[in-house]
Design a protein around this ligand. Structure first.
Ligand SMILES: [Ca+2]
Length: 148
């Protein structure tokens, strides 16, 4: 557990400021990099195994089949069982916008900073019970362009 805590400290962004400063093309590039990281055999498509493998590689946490399948079913708008880059990008943009709206609501001081604990408390208040590891995963997802 200690190992995971150290890892999380290293992996979790110190602030969400990068998100404020990011241009559209930087964002596109970041999402492309994330997609390529997941797409290890460079097929241009992700299946649930690729997502699961990618997550294990990125987070060093045990594979989470449920999480990968959920992600796949939400990303895969064409419902062919595979996620292409456009589907992936739409999903990430969607999720980030959601988080961003939530973040702006929470960041009352306007400092542009929020840590995973703040986020988790906020989600709890909103009636969403999300394990801390998922929050951390999510923040890592958002931050992958900086940490990789
Ligand atoms: Ca698809």
């Amino acid at each position: 557990m200690q190992k995971n805590n150290d890892l999380n400290k290293k992996m979790v962004p110190e602030s969400t400021q990068f998100y404020l400063l990011e241009t559209a093309s930087e964002r596109d590039h970041r999402i492309r990099e994330l997609f390529n990281t997941l797409d290890r055999n460079k097929s241009g498509l992700l299946d649930s195994k690729a997502i699961q493998r990618g997550f294990t590689t990125m987070t060093h946490l045990p594979a989470r089949t449920k999480y990968a399948n959920e992600l796949l079913s939400r990303c895969d708008t064409s419902q062919d069982g595979l996620v292409d880059f456009e589907e992936f990008k739409a999903y990430v943009n969607d999720k980030e916008n959601e988080l961003w709206k939530l973040f702006k609501k929470l960041d009352r001081s306007g400092e542009g900073q929020l840590d995973p604990t703040d986020l988790q408390i906020a989600l709890l208040r909103a009636g969403m019970e999300i394990p801390e590891t998922d929050v951390v995963n999510f923040m890592q997802l958002m931050d992958i362009g900086i940490c990789s």
